[in-house]
Ligand binder design. Sequence first.
Ligand SMILES: [Zn+2]
Length: 359
Amino acid sequence: MQNSFARLAALETDSAQSLESWIHALPKAELHLHLEGSIQPETLRELSRAKGRLEQETEVWIRQQEERNFRYGSLSEFLNAFKLVSLLLESPSDYALATERLLQALASQNVGYAEITLSAGVILWKKQSLPETFEAICEVARHFESTAPLKVRWIFDAVRQFGTDHAREVLGWARMFRDQGVVAFGIGGDEERGPAELFVDVYQEARGYGLHCTAHAGEGHNPAGMRQAIRLLKPERIGHGIAAARDPEMIRLLRDNEIPLEVCLTSNLCTGLFDDVQNHPLKQLWDAGVRVTLNTDDPAMFATNLEGELALAARAFGFGPTEIIKLCQNAIEASFMPEDEKQEFRTKLRQAADRSVPG
Ligand SMILES: [Zn+2]
């Protein structure tokens, strides 16, 4: 890969537009995005109108977000908004609609592979049928995969503050649906109210079932919870993990054990962790040799997409074609694709990068 990109390394471009169209043409993989957070305001309006409920709340929230440029006062304010969106998803067909729109959005950006997180824990909390919901989602995904060059895999996420039994129930379903594209188990939600130590056995069981493991950790500024998550849960990837920037020992741990971070720049800005992208530690982690991937987290709730995140990294940190390619490669290597699929994707990326060079 290195040689074939050598000529890109020498390229400097002052044309943002050509860099952006080059980014668009690259086949990309995304590893950290939530189905629920991908639902665009128009689809939310459509869902609430069709049901005749939560219409006012939805409208107020959408207007507020548009006025505030999708900035939230805090992470917990964002989690409340995520809850409102989740409450609009009442039936398997609502989830199917959300899936269809997300897959269209991914395909339109040349995303060729996505590991999509489904808040399975929230579906259980709403007392909806997880098997019926996931079957509806899979039907859409199967149809889509047969018509577009996009492969979809799923990560079932438990809500950490709901505790151990809840997480184990989510894991049981993840295990059940392994043959329908569920590749991993993870936890999200409130790190303080659901510390890693509660989930040690659950993670061990997940590995025993042949599932990969991820964990949201270190999304805030405090590295202690992230240190615990890595030490106790041994996840293969960390969702966010930017708290590591404050802890040289953890940076070494991530680098030496090749534990990738799923960094989400716009998400971190929108939830108020940084007021300026220049203050984001992505470049620091990158320079320290940590395997960084770029992701959208909740693209519709933060008005972003994967192309936008790569372009933002280019603008904010001076990343050129070489670094953008490296970010795309990192996503392939950090993915849970089997080796033959990774190989195929690497080749596609190399060919696309060689075909069109920004200048
Ligand atoms: Zn997330």
